[in-house]
Design a protein around this ligand. Sequence first.
Ligand code: ZN
Length: 86
Amino acid sequence: MKILVLIAAVYLGYRFLRHWMGHGTITNRKYSGRENREIDDLMVKDPVCEVYIPKNEGIRLVADGKEYYFCSSRCKDTFLENRRRH
Ligand SMILES: [Zn+2]
């Protein structure tokens, strides 16, 4: 009878631990997801087509010590071409 109680206690403890650990994992996932969204919220303007794009998705170009972000490599090429002409 004592052994049965012990098994039940261990089983309940195991279940509790699993539930607690699972909850912890979900919390961590939520936290990192929120962190990623904060980075996505940084919007930059494409100087060619004047569209706002997430900074981490834009194509970065440094010219004259300034940073430019483009929605596509085509916009970047257009920008470089315009610079050459002026
Ligand atoms: Zn563009």
